[in-house]
Ligand binder design. Structure first.
Ligand code: F6R
Length: 588
């Protein structure tokens, strides 16, 4: 959720840290801060706002010093205020820390430390780390200090601390922390994106590892104080870059990258796909778990795997997984889908299933993520970094990969591989209707409620469209199984309601038209998304005809993403950074 970064080396730390924070801002963006060690002093600057605003306010980029730490926050404990922004420091201002995660026993620790005379300045759980480090630092032994501190902390966390003498330490426990190694220095970061511009040499710390960077040397220990060795991995991002190119926002750029994402799906690493499909095909029951948008992909995966590959599947929202364990056993496979591979709920589900003895398969965008690393086999969606907080291209990429997998499992009768180029072309045709969709957004700007209806494989797209509208425009939107309308939701429909019906010309089409007429009778405005027009629609958005109707989800989600994007713009909302949300939800 939050991003943390540290640097020690020969270069000026402040501009590097600011740039790293910009790269990772998608992880959390309600407040920003850095601490620089200069002349034996810890200088902290922090404020509410985004990286650019705060950098400008404090001239962060020009602070002198070769060692520093930085943070962007997504509030969990304590409101969004300057006091609660990181870095935090203890009473003597000799150690500053940045933290990601949750310290579960922070209340007990805070009370204990207050009893010892420590004074707290913030409402955060994080501040206890600074005071603990301070209280154990009497003998200036940074290794002992960090070990003692880590032993006291309960929860899932990663932190980095900068000491007034220019040393840095970091530690992780169920939250990612990665060292970037470069000539003459080190980064330590919650995400490889924090240092990827400067080095592709990454050392992924294991759980309960401690890193100390001192005089340009890196030492690694476990919590017992034993030296440990961790290999250096070469990391690479293929595909798109991190800038917005010709687009006003990352989200729009990422929406437009989708045709290329579809074209690419499942072509690389066929050995890995074979291994993955062998495990999947050999299984009695597959449990598919994910959160948010990735869960909507899981719902479609279930439909395809059970109907076409004839594999028995259950889907479980990851946060519900710990309560739904009755039938999972060591003959089951857990398929976890996650763009980031760092979502705490998904990782927890995978951990629990692994303990039971199930095999773990995963579909991720980040091959070095915690989820990929704990899986028996994983596949990458290969859509490049997704910066916009709302998932767009990663959804299409997950979906396309699922289609490629199922196609392979059912001897290519699904027709995804055969139709991929055609499908990418059809996606471009949908995106070409951007101006028309923008005009529809204009009509919906005053909407209080938008309902999205779909049946069968199109229902998860109704859910996904509703999620995009909620996240990006803050308008209440709800995905509903069209057949369920008359069992209750019809009571909500009146002349002020907008209903979007996802209705390609397949088995679900005629029943949806019946639903549309029932809605029309109640005065609502109907927007039909289909390859076939109908007089029941007040507004019609034409999808290209793509033959294989089961492939429609890939193109029918696109107009909904664009609609949500333009609703955000019309309402003056930054579509890249919707309020209260973070891209990577690494806390439970
Ligand atoms: C919605 C969105 C979230 C994520 C969810 C899971 O636009 O981005 O709902 O889909 O937090 O994230 P990952 O896929 O990284 O596990």
């Amino acid at each position: 959720m939050c991003s943390i970064i540290g640097y020690k080396g020969q270069l000026n730390a402040a501009p590097l840290l600011v740039d790293s924070l910009k790269q990772m801002e998608y992880r959390g963006y309600d407040s920003v801060g850095i601490a620089i060690i200069n002349d034996g002093k810890v200088i902290v600057r922090k404020s509410v706002g985004n990286v650019s605003n705060v950098t400008e306010k404090f001239n962060l980029g020009i602070m002198p010093g070769h060692t520093g730490i930085g943070h962007t926050r997504w509030a969990t404990h304590g409101r969004v205020t300057e006091e609660n922004a990181h870095p935090h420091y203890g009473c003597t201002n000799s150690i500053a820390i940045v933290h990601n995660g949750v310290i579960e026993n922070h209340r007990e620790l805070r009370n204990e430390l207050i009893g010892l005379g420590h004074r707290f300045k913030s409402d955060t759980d994080s501040e206890v780390i600074a005071h603990l480090l301070e209280s154990y630092y009497a003998k200036k032994d940074i290794k002992k200090t960090t070990i003692e501190t880590c032993r006291r902390l309960k929860g899932a966390y990663a932190f980095v601390a900068a000491f007034e003498d220019g040393r840095i330490c970091g530690s992780r426990c169920d939250q990612p922390l990665i060292i970037g190694s470069l000539d003459g220095g080190y980064f330590i970061s919650s995400d490889v994106l924090g240092f990827l511009k400067h080095t592709d040499k990454a050392i992924f710390l294991h759980n309960r590892d401690i890193a100390i960077i001192e005089s340009n040397a890196l030492q690694l220990f476990d919590f017992e104080g034993n030296a440990v060795n961790r290999e250096t991995t070469q990391v690479a991002w293929e595909g798109s870059s991190l800038d917005k190119g010709k687009y006003a926002f990352h989200t729009l750029k990422e929406i437009h990258e989708q045709p290329a994402v579809v074209e690419k799906a499942g072509i690389k690493k066929s050995g890995k796909i074979k291994e993955f499909c062998d495990i999947l095909g050999d299984t009695r029951t597959v449990y598919i778990t994910a959160s948010g948008t990735s869960y909507h992909c899981a719902l479609i995966a279930k439909y395809l795997l059970s109907n076409l590959a004839k594999i028995h599947c259950e889907t479980i929202v990851s946060s519900e997984f710990p309560y739904t364990l009755e039938s999972i056993d060591n003959s089951s496979v857990l398929l976890a889908i996650s763009q980031s591979g760092e979502t705490a709920d998904v990782l927890e589900a995978a951990r629990v299933a692994k303990q039971i003895g199930s095999k773990i398969l995963s579909i991720v965008n980040i091959p070095t993520s915690s989820l990929a690393r704990m899986s028996d086999s994983f596949l990458e969606i290969e859509c490049g970094p997704e910066v916009g907080v709302a998932a767009t291209k990663s959804f299409t990429a997950q979906l396309s990969l699922i289609y490629a997998i199922v196609d392979r499992l059912c001897n290519y009768v699904l027709g995804f591989q055969a139709n991929k180029i055609f499908l990418a072309e059809a996606s471009r045709e949908v995106l070409d209707q951007e101006t028309k969709i923008q005009a529809i957004a204009g009509k919906l700007r005053q909407a209080r409620d938008i309902y999205l209806l779909g049946r069968s494989i199109h229902y998860p797209i109704a859910l996904e469209g509703a999620l995009k509208i909620k996240e990006l425009s803050y308008i209440h939107a709800e995905g509903i199984v069209a057949g369920e309308l008359k069992h209750g939701p019809l009571a909500l429909i009146d002349k002020n309601t907008y209903v979007i019906i996802i209705n390609p010309d397949d088995r679900t089409h005629c029943d949806n038209i019946i639903s549309a007429r029932e809605i029309k009778t109640r005065g609502a405005t109907i927007i039909g998304i289909s390859n076939k027009p109908n007089e029941a629609y007040d507004i019609f958005l034409k999808l290209p005809f793509i033959g294989e109707s089961i492939l429609y989800p890939i193109i029918e989600v696109l107009p909904l993403q664009i609609l949500a994007y333009y609703l955000a713009l019309i309402k003056n909302i930054d579509p890249d950074y919707p309020r209260n949300l973070a891209k990577s939800v690494t806390v439970k």
